[in-house]
Write a protein of this length. Structure first.
Length: 89
């Protein structure tokens, strides 16, 4: 029982961080944009947690995108982050 409870606590916290990250990306992008660059400091100020992602995708050029549900982000430079919205259905 104690192990199950401990697992549930960790899972809920992780899920909160993932949902918050998605909410931050969605708010920054707005309803009309599908791609944007943002200053790393601006993303940092929102409380975005870079370590909480739902997957990683490496494209043909070797650029690594970090997925957060239907969004992805990539370090464009040391000061900028590229954010991309997944295809809408």
């Amino acid at each position: 029982m104690a192990r199950r409870r401990a697992t549930l606590i960790v899972v809920k916290q992780t899920d909160r961080y993932l949902h918050r990250n998605r909410e931050i990306l969605d708010t920054l992008m707005g309803p009309k944009r599908n791609k944007m660059k943002i200053a790393r400091t601006e993303l940092d100020a929102t409380g975005f947690r870079y370590n909480y992602i739902t997957g990683i995708y490496t494209n043909k050029e070797g650029k690594m995108y970090h997925n957060v549900y239907d969004f992805a982000w990539m370090e464009f430079s040391t000061q900028e982050i590229l954010i991309v919205r997944g295809k809408r259905k």
